[in-house]
Design a protein around this ligand. Sequence first.
Ligand SMILES: Nc1ncnc2c1ncn2[C@@H]1O[C@H](COP(=O)(O)OP(=O)(O)OP(=O)(O)O)[C@@H](O)[C@H]1O
Length: 326
Amino acid sequence: MIRIEGLRKTFPTRGGPVTAVDGVDLTVAEGQVFGVVGRSGAGKSTLLRCVNLLERPDEGRVTVAGVELTGLPERHLRRARQDIGMIHQHFALLHSRTAAGNVSFALEVMGVPRRKRAARVEELLDLVDLTDRADAYPAQLSGGQKQRVGIARALASRPRLLLSDEATSALDPDTTGAILTLLRDLTRRLGLTILLITHEMDVVKRLCDAVAVMRDGRFVESGPVADLVNRPDSQLARDLFPLGPVPTMPDHVLVDVTLTGRAGDDVVATLARRHDLDVRIVAGAVEQLAATRAGRLRLALPEAAPGLAGALHDLRGAGLTVEAAR
Ligand SMILES: Nc1ncnc2c1ncn2[C@@H]1O[C@H](COP(=O)(O)OP(=O)(O)OP(=O)(O)O)[C@@H](O)[C@H]1O
């Protein structure tokens, strides 16, 4: 659905040029939810704005649904952009219009005749479960309801691709959960593809099939969530399942074990029974994510135990990532 090749964008600033996106390649398959994560200033927003060419890249190609947008003249670009919906952190609603009016506005811009608009607005508000608030103004809506209006408006043109710019960052955890459930549901019902940027690990856990970790304008890790989490030295695994500072435990070896799928369910039992090790769980979490079940455990094992080396070897042999705790 999306193919980005060699994307580069530099901004001139008073302090000299700032390269926001520094050679990014990205492929997002149809129906996939792809998340780009990274700290503030990593280049996420610029990358997203380059996908619908709100920002013109200096170099590289952007192809969406088989159309190379970077090769289109401005007048064709406007039409192509209509097939790409976008939702924003602060909703970007018109305050003088009701929920229905905001959705209708998108249809007006597209040139949908008045007599067809009302039915389509109703359909869109129903899709986001907001029919009963159709006549409310943004000031009368909660954050979650405002984002539902934003989603309905973004879907007005029946896009196959939705771009999401920190769509849940201004919402509380419960509301975030409800919006993430809605987005996941919409990908299934409408066959939507979503490219999102976020700094929230919950969004990755609940929504994403694949992820890229962005730093200084580049992707430092990229791929399906299960693959990335399982890679040795994975930044994503550490961000999704932080284990805190490593405690001092004399006479013990501390290891961090990454589990994905069902692999590793029995890691503690295996170490205890088969290798006769006195295992202590120091920290850990295992969760069901949108893409896979995954987690990390920090285990303390007695340094002097004769079975230690063989035990660690067996865990690696069983496909688990085992690393010195850090
Ligand atoms: N229009 C602009 N003019 C000058 N510099 C810019 C512009 N837009 C972005 N930048 C710079 O490019 C870099 C990447 O910014 P960008 O907003 O893409 O990062 P981000 O990862 O989305 O961060 P945040 O989450 O804080 O928005 C930053 O150093 C930023 O200051």
